[in-house]
Design a protein around this ligand. Sequence first.
Ligand code: PMP
Length: 379
Amino acid sequence: MISKRASKFTSFIVMDIMAKTEELERKGEHVVHLEVGEPDFPTPKVITKTAIQALHDNKIRYTHALGLLELRQAICDFYLKEYGVNITPDQILVSTGTSPALLFAMLAILDQGDEVIISNPRYPCYQNFILAAGGKIKEVQTYPEDGFQYRPKDIKKNLSARTKTILINSPSNPTGIVMSKEQLQNVAQFDKQYIISDEIYHGLVYKDRAHSILEFTDKAFVINGFSKLYAMTGWRLGYCIFPKQFSQVMQRIHQNFMISANGFIQWAGIAALTKAQKDVDKMVKIYDKRRQYMLARLKDMGFVIHVEPTGAFYVFADARRFCKDSYKEAFSITEKAKVGVSPGIDFGSGGEGFLRFSYANSLENIKEGLNRLERYLNK
Ligand code: PMP
């Protein structure tokens, strides 16, 4: 028998869309992928070379359960340089991606039945991390005209004696919206327990800059990683920054469940943080060109963009003029126009009527995909 807990885990609808695109491609059809949230760039050479050298140097053993001290120090230096915040290596857990780091943070914070505030819409995996750690989801509705950011009064309404943490994600998947300093301050005022801030899209910002929650409170868990900024999704490397008193428990959790992250990949992580800025700058420039192009075309076609997305690589477009059922519409566009898109409903009921377009694809492919979409809509 499958456990009650496991049977509650939800799946990514975008995976069903990807299965459909695979089926079409097997039949010889050409599909443009605007559904995938994964950089299309190769990993910068300086990072790959470092990993290969580390293998040659036999850096193939377990590391400290919290991660290589050199990498944790590099993360401290990075947060000091970028955000002016002081953290120490004993406040960092390096794991095999941001995803396990988030699961371990939930395990460290939550008791059975504790509540976690998440926005609706949001990244669809969040609810499953909470369930896995025995927590309860408390959804707070957010609105298109606010760029789907929390209204403080709505957070307040949903707080209870069981609220353990509030989850934020900026720049956001699926909306691409970057929280302002004021919006972060507004959330930080609710740090009676802890704020969990998913900062995985930091660095992929095209106007102003992103602020870390650590600039406003130290009662926070920050989740960050290498997948997006350094085009390293398949390498599996991420980390969690936590308040000092969690050091021992995070170490114990990781010792038991992972032992450590991959040694040679952690050396590559140091190269990413210290030697890859030029490569990142190039990628950011290209993403921004694609972003501007995609926004202009989608608006032209009649999609509504309530607040300009200035981060990550997504546009969450209001398609209510064209459709009520985003699930059906995303499949129809995929099958008929041969363009993969993500349905808004994948991100929660608050995303219904929206479609998420990813610009992690070449400008040429984006143009072709949007041409096809335009022809489809004109029919
Ligand atoms: N958070 C968000 C918002 C994401 O979009 C993703 C990847 N899609 C992750 C976390 C997980 O990233 P990873 O495990 O590759 O570090």
